[in-house]
Every structure is written in structure tokens, then in C-alpha cells.
Write a protein that binds this ligand. Structure first.
Ligand SMILES: [Zn+2]
Length: 278
């Protein structure tokens, strides 16, 4: 018998899938969504189906080892990644995986979304790291996700896509929207040639507001970024937010990088060459 709760979860998965496809966060039959039904069962999207055109009866029910319990179809080969997240996060009731193109572009470039630039992202997600590349459908992907999942609700998957989790299906879905929106804004700021970062003091103030909005944050900021590199599971978040007690916004460090246009560079070379001849 299907309970009201299960009916609601099935409907939410259909709706989240429809939005993933409508916003082009997935192509073809990509992506997958899952949710806890109870302590013994999960419900998940079927493989080889467009997530934009699912119906509630298409879902697959599996146990926490991934074994199918009910459903006419089979679960995705990426289900082990979902199982790993549930094992590590008792507070998580839903997982969404997709390939949103801008966020995935950052994942392909190996650039994590860890700069403190948007107040709302700092409050809701903190930082978005990149889990190492793993061959899809092997145990490599769950292992890569395991490293970050205790401290992050959202992460990029190197050369693959992104994964988010939350207390329910729509909450996990909205985090996917936040990642892609953040990636789009970050790309524009970088194309424009500069980013102003939010200072560490302001980041702490923003994260202090989480209680006011009822946002459960998975982990605090790392006091030292080296903390995150040590150990096989990260327990804190790395966020690029330079300390500046007097300023709330500070220019991004350029690491000594100098940007010149082609014309400026050729003029400099011509000038240097002419001095050599003298
Ligand atoms: Zn995928």
C-alpha cells in the first residue's frame, strides 16, 4: 500500500526531474534523484528514462545496499553514490545528481566554487568543493564523494557534474539551482576580470544568521585550509575569504598575476627590444 508520504515523495521526484530537464541541468537520460522512504527503503529514479518526463509509478524502491525491492524498472548505476551519502549523513533524506553545464564547466576546469562572493550562497551552502574524478558506475565515485560529504551539502564532481543533498527532495533540488546560479555569476565576474571577495569577518556574520533562517549548516569553516587536506574525510569547509576587520569586501588576491592586453604586451616587448639594441 502506498502511504500519503510516499505519494508526496513520488510526486516531488517527478517535479524535481521535470525542472532539472526544463532548465537543461541534464540531457538525454542523465541525472538521478533519490529519497529515504523509511529506515529500510529508499525510492529512486529509474535508469534509461528522461528525468523530464517521468510518472510517479516509474520509481524504483531499493534497500540501503542498493538491492531492488519493488518497481518494474532498474535503478541508475550511480545509485552507489547516493547510498554513500545516506550512510554518512543521517540528517539527509534526499539526493539530487545532475550535469548543469556551467557548474560542470567549473568541474571540468578543476576550479572549485570556494570563493566567498555571494552572501546567500555563504549562508546556505558555504563552499562547493570538487570531488576527484571517478569512473561512473564504479566504486571510485562514491569514494570521491565520501571525502567531502560530511562537511558539504553540495559538491562538483570532476569531469562529470554535481551532487546535492538535503532534508527533502525539493530542498536538495534547490541546492542544485543555487550551484548553477553561483557558477553562472562566478563565470561572468571572472570574464569581467575581477571578483571582490566577502571578508572572513563578514562570512562569519553571515553564517551566524543561519539560525535566524533555520538553515542547518553541515560544517564550520576550517581554521587552517591544511585541516581539510588531512585525513580521508573532511570535517570543515575551505572558503576563500581574506581577513579584513575594517572592510566587508576585499579584492581577490591575484597571486602576483599581471594581466595585459595583447597590444600592451607587444608594446612592452618592442620597448624592451629597442633598449637592448641601444
Ligand atoms: Zn552523472
Amino acid at each position: 500500500m502506498t502511504t500519503r508520504l510516499e505519494e508526496q515523495i513520488r510526486a516531488d521526484i517527478v517535479e524535481a526531474g521535470r525542472r532539472l530537464y526544463a532548465r537543461a541541468y541534464v540531457a538525454s537520460n542523465d541525472g538521478n534523484i533519490s529519497a529515504r522512504l523509511d529506515e529500510a527503503r529508499l525510492i529512486t529514479t529509474p535508469k534509461s528514462v528522461s528525468k523530464g518526463f517521468m510518472t510517479p509509478d516509474m520509481m524504483v524502491i531499493v534497500d540501503y545496499t542498493g538491492k531492488k525491492i519493488a518497481g518494474d524498472r532498474d535503478p541508475s548505476s550511480e545509485l552507489p553514490m547516493h547510498l554513500e551519502i545516506y550512510r554518512n549523513r543521517p540528517d539527509v533524506n534526499a539526493v539530487v545528481h545532475a550535469h548543469p553545464p556551467l557548474a560542470t564547466g567549473f568541474a571540468v576546469a578543476g576550479i572549485p566554487l570556494t570563493r566567498a562572493v555571494l552572501a546567500e550562497v555563504i549562508t546556505t551552502l558555504g563552499s562547493i568543493p570538487i570531488a576527484a574524478y571517478g569512473t561512473p558506475s564504479t566504486s571510485e565515485l562514491p569514494e570521491a564523494v565520501r571525502k567531502y560529504i560530511k562537511a558539504h551539502d553540495a559538491m562538483l564532481l570532476a569531469n562529470h557534474g554535481a551532487v546535492t543533498c538535503g532534508p527533502d527532495v525539493m530542498a536538495a533540488y534547490y541546492k542544485m539551482e543555487t550551484i548553477e546560479h553561483f557558477a553562472k555569476i562566478s563565470l561572468v565576474a571572472r570574464l569581467l576580470g575581477r571578483e571582490h571577495l566577502i571578508s572572513r569577518e563578514e562570512v562569519e556574520r553571515l553564517q551566524g544568521l543561519r539560525g535566524v533562517y533555520g538553515i542547518a549548516a553541515p560544517a564550520p569553516l576550517c581554521a587552517d585550509p591544511a585541516e581539510a587536506a588531512a585525513g580521508d574525510q573532511v570535517a570543515c569547509q575551505v572558503l576563500e575569504a581574506p581577513s579584513s576587520p575594517s572592510e566587508r569586501l576585499v579584492p581577490a588576491s591575484t597571486d602576483g598575476e599581471i594581466r595585459l592586453t595583447y597590444g600592451e604586451l607587444t608594446a612592452l616587448i618592442a620597448d624592451a627590444v629597442s633598449h637592448l639594441k641601444d
